[in-house]
Design a protein around this ligand. Structure first.
Ligand SMILES: Cc1cc2nc3c(=O)[nH]c(=O)nc-3n(C[C@H](O)[C@H](O)[C@H](O)COP(=O)(O)OP(=O)(O)OC[C@H]3O[C@@H](n4cnc5c(N)ncnc54)[C@H](O)[C@@H]3O)c2cc1C
Length: 524
């Protein structure tokens, strides 16, 4: 097995996209099988050496940043073992945890299949996306990674390797779980007793639900419960066509009204059409029914965005460095995507254009794409903002202050106003952008020096408190890692953090795995 220990060889494994400094390790190992991982873990348990699991390092909360011990790099678990079609449509893929998401997406798309999770930065590894339950723009229609995971092979810090298939192992009504291990022993544990916030996206702490499938506990467990070695995912049929646009507005009010309508019509399209519902159920996307909304049952095919993404005026200011053609009048923009077929493309384009006209978008200076080359350019625009900002943080030698909160539907307008009111007049530079369809926008505060960073973190804490008050989550997709664990206490309280630590203890009695992720080591 390849191992590396020279400082210049292991440098790349000591940081991630959080830019947290001080990461260190004595050894980075590159296993190629679950047996090799089990051996590494047995040795670590025996010598009580901390182990940090590394994916591609695109995580933004320092989850893979090690503070001592050994790093298990999953880079060599990079085989796509199988991509197969199901008789009833769609299919499944089996791949190692170290497969790059972009490679998996290309492989399945070449078979006319489709893997929806798409966390913007496609250089991440499949295992990393499962460990963080990654989401992204397409989550508005298709939900997060969790929805597609059918089986996981996991190396536990007990030295066991297990295969967990969805549907085979559930918690009981009292939140007890019992996992049969290959040794014949049963691993028993108690789930924490908190209720997760009722939001569209959530990646804060262990997933817990009544009589839940035990596989869900590992999805989003951020490297604290076991090493994900191999993943089997459900695939959908590849959409035939795509219509996308970046549309600009000269009034924020009109932009928000446009989003509300596009969103309600999208959700209504999914509940109003038996044909579409059957297709979505088949393709793994469950329609969301919103109370009190009467769906127009006559519209069988209509606006049904798969992505609705927001850019505020400050984000556009940032992007103008690279994209001079952003219209001067624009105070905000929306990126949308809608799947089409050859027979619906024209009518759907007309529906979007008339919705845009109704809300007085700057349609003439907006950008639309119906072919793959142009679509890639629009996605690049969407991706450019976090990349430009990450570079900015690195240049100013500052850590990013970036929110990841989501709130329930009826609280979003309040939350957005709170963000803007709290930042306006502070002199701080900031951007607000992201997954507005899921009530989940990222506020990035851009401190230029330590004083501004202090101010930014104070404001950040107010945002956390407000999101919790409104019934929201403190992290909708990036996870907690080492950066946000003190805020998990704001969400769940100390008692529940202890329950999480007790649960971890059942899987990792010596406490070697992912130390410091999700909750501080004092709880272990
Ligand atoms: C520009 C940019 C945009 C992004 N946009 C999004 C977005 O829209 N949505 C989103 O959800 N995320 C986004 N992210 C965050 C990031 O891409 C995701 O969190 C991704 O899932 C992390 O995968 P990774 O392989 O890089 O994991 P890493 O960063 O290497 O690790 C992340 C965590 O998972 C654990 N882990 C990794 N592999 C395993 C394994 N095999 N077994 C057990 N634990 C493991 C690590 O220990 C760590 O705690 C973005 C990041 C960047 C840089």
């Amino acid at each position: 097995m390849l191992t590396k220990s020279q400082p210049d060889e292991i440098q790349d494994f000591l940081s991630d996209a959080s830019y947290v400094k001080g990461g260190n390790a004595t050894l980075v190992v590159f296993p190629e099988s679950s047996n090799e991982i089990a051996e590494i873990l047995k040795r670590a348990i025996h010598d009580q050496i901390p182990v940090t699991i590394s994916g591609a390092g695109t995580g933004t909360v320092a989850g893979r940043v090690p503070f001592g011990g050994t790093v298990i790099a999953t880079d060599r678990l990079n085989q796509i073992r199988e991509v197969v079609h199901n008789d009833q449509g769609g299919g499944r893929a089996i791949a190692g945890a170290g497969v790059i998401l972009r490679d998996l997406q290309r492989a399945v798309e070449s078979e006319d299949l489709f893997y929806p999770p798409d966390p913007t930065e496609r250089s991440c590894f499949l295992g990393g996306t499962v460990a963080t339950n990654a989401s992204g723009a397409r989550t508005f229609k298709y939900g997060p990674t969790r929805r597609y995971v059918e089986r996981l092979r996991i190396a536990l810090a007990t030295g066991d390797v297990i295969d967990l298939r969805r549907g085979e192992c559930h918690a009981d009504a009292n939140g007890r779980i019992a996992i049969p291990l290959p040794s014949g022993r049963i691993l028993e544990a108690q789930l924490p007793s908190y209720r997760m916030p009722e939001v569209r996206k959530h990646a804060s702490g262990y997933y817990v639900a009544p009589q839940m499938d035990v596989i869900d506990l590992f999805i989003g467990s951020e490297g604290t419960l076991g090493v994900i070695v191999e993943v089997e995912v459900k695939l959908l049929s590849k959409p035939e066509g795509l219509l996308s646009g970046i549309v600009f507005f000269d009034s924020e009010e009109r932009l928000l009204a446009f989003v509300r309508e596009a969103r309600e019509r999208s959700l209504a399209s999914r509940v109003s059409s038996p044909t579409i519902n059957a297709e979505l159920a088949n393709r793994g996307s469950s329609p969301t029914v919103r109370e009190g909304f009467i769906s127009p049952s006559e519209r069988l095919i209509g606006i049904d965005a798969r992505a609705l993404e927001y850019f505020d005026i400050e984000s556009l200011r940032f992007l103008r460095q690279t994209y001079e053609m952003i219209p001067d009048l624009a105070v905000g923009a929306i990126f949308f995507e809608q799947e089409t077929t050859p027979s619906t493309e024209d009518s759907l384009m007309n529906e979007w254009l008339s919705l845009l006209d109704e809300h007085k978008a700057l349609s003439d200076s907006s950008w639309f794409a119906t072919n793959e080359t142009d679509q890639a350019k629009l996605r690049e625009f969407r991706h450019a903002l976090p990349v430009l900002m990450n570079e900015w943080f690195a240049r100013h030698n500052q850590r990013k202050v970036s929110t990841d909160m989501a709130v329930p539907d009826d609280a979003f307008a309040d939350m957005l106003r709170f963000y803007e009111d709290s930042l306006r007049g502070t002199g701080l530079r900031y951007t607000i952008f992201g997954h507005i369809g899921d009530n989940h926008v990222h506020v990035n505060i851009l401190p230029r020096n330590d004083d501004e960073a202090g101010k930014a973190w104070e404001i950040y804490r107010k945002f956390i408190q407000r999101a919790v008050q409104l019934g929201g989550t403190i992290s909708a997709e990036h996870g907690i890692g080492k950066l946000k664990r003190e805020y998990l206490r704001e969400l769940y309280g100390e008692e529940h953090l202890r329950e999480m630590a007790t649960l971890k203890h059942a899987f990792d009695p010596v406490g070697v795995l992912g130390r410091g992720n999700m909750f501080s080591e004092q709880f272990l």
